[in-house]
Write a protein that binds this ligand. Structure first.
Ligand SMILES: Nc1nc2c(ncn2[C@@H]2O[C@H](COP(=O)(O)OP(=O)(O)OP(=O)(O)O)[C@@H](O)[C@H]2O)c(=O)[nH]1
Length: 427
């Protein structure tokens, strides 16, 4: 099995900031608080799109950020939440963290997983009014959206398998039509390694094509390495049969064609039902035209042949269009087999970690606070206002930060750092 593999960065939208505002006139606090809440940031959601076959698009676009929520407004108006960002992925995509934890295993058309949550909106000052403080100059900034690097992995059945005698030009063809070479994994045989390429047609369709090294006569009886190769052909949806029209070294294209088809049939009768396209390669060689005519006569008029020259890149777009068309009408019979094999249950989990905090020391003796909850709190605090700063201090105390600092030996006047912020410790 082949694995297409790509690393991307995703970020949920930040929440909109809450607003500090007062009824009636500005700067007259006794009018009562009227600042609205910020809207929620958009989530980044992965969704299965059955028309997609590869992760090719992610090679060009690797950053996905959802929009932030609108800020809260005066007169108690809340900011609007941002729309979710939907990222389409092909069926069979596994979303993982960099250390391999599975966040989502996306199989069926339309299946969705929220992988980076948007932040909630910050609360406006109307939410902080109390009898003691009826006109607070206090609001929250929006919660930052979750951000993370994720690895997308797609177990690819090659959509297309190239067959043909050795040296007919299979690897040349693959190399001129394919853009990206995915990593090949979980391959059980070290002696032969199939080449896999991602192909994109001019009209934007894409598929995975495998070149399976030379099929030799007798392969179906286990001669040479053919057997291993035939197992892979079984897992492709369409077979592209490459025939060498130069007829060098006394070879006859029609005999070659018959021999290969016999081998496929002997290995597994089902392979004869697999849709097959016939490609006449090396049409740039002297004599190729005549050989093609003779070939056409023997093979019969109802089999369509695509004459190409892989080396001089002739006839390739017609061929790729025809392959893409054929794939569209060919069923997904193989995907099911593969899913059974990889019997992982289809679940996703992504818990935002609400951890504690950590205290370390910098070289200059300053105490450094870190941890996602505390950093989140910091980012939601508007440090231009007294009330919010006081609230931040209260929250830290509530989390046990003061006590922990004291235990670590912090004294009056010591420096405490949190992200880019520095403050003085007061006992
Ligand atoms: N003239 C001409 N030569 C070609 C063309 N395509 C491939 N060749 C040559 O044919 C030879 C064999 O090509 P490969 O692509 O290695 O053939 P293959 O089918 O992958 O061979 P195996 O790996 O042995 O199965 C190379 O020397 C290529 O340069 C073509 O369109 N025209």
């Amino acid at each position: 099995m082949f694995v297409d593999h790509v690393k991307i960065y995703i970020k949920g939208g930040d929440g909109g900031d809450g607003m500090v505002a007062f009824r009636r006139e500005k700067y007259v606090p006794n009018g009562g608080p009227a600042g609205g809440d910020g809207g929620r940031g958009g989530n980044v959601i992965f969704e299965v799109e059955e028309g997609l076959r590869t992760l090719m698009d992610f090679r060009y676009k690797r950053h996905f950020k959802a929009n932030r929520g609108e800020h809260g407004m005066s007169k108690g108006m809340h900011g609007r939440g941002a729309e979710d960002l939907i990222v389409k992925v092909p069926p069979g995509t596994v979303v993982m963290t960099e250390d391999g934890t599975i966040l989502a295993d996306l199989v069926e058309h339309g299946q969705q997983a929220v992988v980076a949550k948007g932040g909630r909106g910050g609360r406006g000052n109307s939410r902080f009014a109390t009898p003691q403080n009826p006109a607070p100059e206090l609001s929250e900034k929006g919660e930052p959206g979750q951000e993370l690097d994720v690895v997308l992995e797609l177990k690819v059945l090659a959509d297309v398998g190239l067959v043909g005698f050795p040296s007919v030009g299979k690897s040349t063809l693959l190399s001129v039509v394919s853009a990206a070479k995915p990593k090949i994994a979980e391959y059980h045989f070290t002696t032969i390694v199939p080449n896999l390429g991602m192909v994109q047609t001019e009209d934007g369709r894409s598929f995975a094509m495998a070149d399976l090294p030379g099929l030799i006569e007798g392969a179906s009886e286990g001669v040479g390495l053919g057997h291993q190769f035939l197992r892979h052909i079984e897992r492709t949806r369409v077979i592209v049969h490459v025939v060498d029209m130069s007829a060098m070294e006394g070879r006859d294209p029609y005999d070659d064609y018959i021999t290969i088809n016999e081998e496929l049939k002997n290995y597994n009768l089902r392979l004869t039902e697999r849709p097959q396209l016939v490609v006449a390669n090396k049409m740039d060689m002297p004599g190729a035209e005549e050989n093609l005519e003779a070939f056409k006569e023997k093979i019969g008029a109802d089999i369509k042949i695509f004459p190409i020259s892989a080396i001089s890149r002739k006839g390739l777009s017609e061929l790729l269009f025809a392959i893409a068309d054929l794939l569209e009408v060919t069923g997904e019979f193989l995907l099911h087999e593969v899913q059974e094999e990889s019997d992982k249950s289809v679940m996703y989990k992504f818990e935002s970690e609400r951890d504690g905090f950590e205290i370390t020391r910098d070289d200059d003796g300053a105490y450094v606070l870190s941890g996602s909850s505390i950093e989140r709190l910091f980012k939601m605090t508007d440090f231009s206002r007294e009330d919010t700063i006081r609230r931040f201090a209260r929250q830290l105390r509530g989390m046990g930060v003061d006590e922990a600092l004291r235990e670590r030996g912090a004294k009056d006047g010591d420096t405490v750092r949190l992200l880019e912020f520095e403050f003085e410790f007061i006992e």
